[in-house]
Design a protein around this ligand. Structure first.
Ligand code: TYM
Length: 342
């Protein structure tokens, strides 16, 4: 069976962008593919963070995966740092990664600028190598992510290719390996709608965990009242009627797309339903659809977090399963790279 992996950072709270861009799509894939979903705690320390919060957010994020419908009878769920091979592979891959590839990453440029350039941590620069390790470790075929991870995915593909060329094939065979390629080249899976959910306060910037104002995002665990309030106060425009794909109306396009996904309707249905609506009519409709979609997730979340032993068991089993697969990859690569072993 083809394999799918993906993960979310346990920083801040998970918002509608993370859910619509990634987690919701994971759930749809677990019936067809072998799936591994991790909580990328090692990625979460690349920016200044609070250790107390990291510990809590890691468990909470795992609970949210399950609450969103990740089913442990089908998928493996684990914490990245529990599988040591992620860091092992990252180091091995680092030696084949040109610094220039990392320096030109958009996210690195943006985030390091915010950290004051030279003061940004080395791990902020090498972050995409760790992400490549997360993916290549499991010989993944597909990686469901939002639009903002596309460039990192491309780097993972380039890196896989580079390592295959440097160490795979006949060279590997000479060292006693099976030859052929060491890594599979992964494909990103980016959804048609929801790949880039925008901020509620500015339709031209993406919804993000790090935006200072909580008004800019809807978190999966926000109460009904808070969601109503955020939508009531969100940025709109003064055009008449509602429409998709008007470059001058990014907020309108964004809110219609969100409504489309959470209501389960098609684009055509939404266009027909909303074309003559005013914001005053649409906002309560959107609020109800979002609340209706999120409330079962919130109920399940409460149930899962109430029973802490269950989550520990899920994460232990997930890590064991992942370790088994990961160790084989590490052994192969170390052999191909000429490490001595007994
Ligand atoms: P992270 O934690 O920033 O985001 C998790 C997922 O949510 C998607 N996403 C969005 N999608 C739509 N609209 C938005 N506004 C939005 N904001 C975030 C992201 O694209 C992502 O899919 N480096 C990654 C995590 C990672 C990973 C991996 C992913 C680490 N290793 C291996 C896949 C495979 C990150 O920081 O995502």
């Amino acid at each position: 069976r083809k394999r799918v992996v993906s993960g979310v950072q346990p920083t801040g709270s998970i918002h509608l962008g993370n859910y619509l861009g990634a987690i919701k799509n994971w759930v749809a894939l677990q019936d067809t593919y072998e799936t591994l979903f991790f909580i990328v705690d090692l990625h979460a320390i690349t920016l200044p963070y609070d250790p107390q919060e990291l510990r809590k957010a890691t468990r909470d994020t795992a609970a949210l995966y399950l609450a969103c419908g990740v089913d442990i009878s089908k998928a493996s769920v684990f914490v990245q740092s529990h599988v040591r091979a992620h860091v092992d592979l990252m180091w091995l891959l680092s030696s084949s990664t040109p610094i220039g590839w990392l320096q030109k990453m958009t996210q690195f440029k943006e985030k390091s600028r915010k950290e004051g350039g030279e003061n940004a941590s080395v791990s902020l620069l090498t972050y995409p190598v760790l992400m490549a390790a997360d993916i290549l470790l499991y010989k993944s075929d597909f990686v469901p992510v939002g639009e903002d991870q596309k460039q990192h995915l491309e780097l993972a593909r380039d890196l896989a290719q580079r390592v295959n060329n440097l160490y795979g094939g006949r060279k590997w065979k000479k060292l006693g390996g099976r030859g052929g390629s060491i890594f599979k080249i992964p494909e990103p899976l980016i959804p048609q709608v929801g790949a880039r959910v925008m901020s509620l306060t500015d339709g031209r910037s993406k919804m993000s965990k790090s935006a200072p104002s909580d008004q800019s995002r809807i978190n999966l665990l926000d109460s009904k009242d808070l969601i109503a309030d955020k939508i009531k106060r969100c940025k709109t425009d003064s055009f008449v009627g509602l429409e998709y794909d008007n470059a001058e109306r990014p907020e309108c396009n964004n809110l219609l797309s969100v409504y489309q996904i959470v209501s389960g309707k098609t684009k055509e249905e939404v266009m027909e339903e909303c074309k003559d609506m005013s914001w005053g009519t649409f906002k309560p409709l959107l609020t109800d659809a979002v609340v209706e979609h999120l409330s079962p997730i919130q109920v399940r979340y409460q149930e899962i977090t109430a029973e802490s032993a269950y989550l520990d068991k899920v994460l232990t089993e997930g890590a064991d399963k992942a370790t088994e697969i990961a160790e084989v990859t590490i052994r192969n690569l170390k052999q191909a790279m000429g490490f001595f072993y007994i």
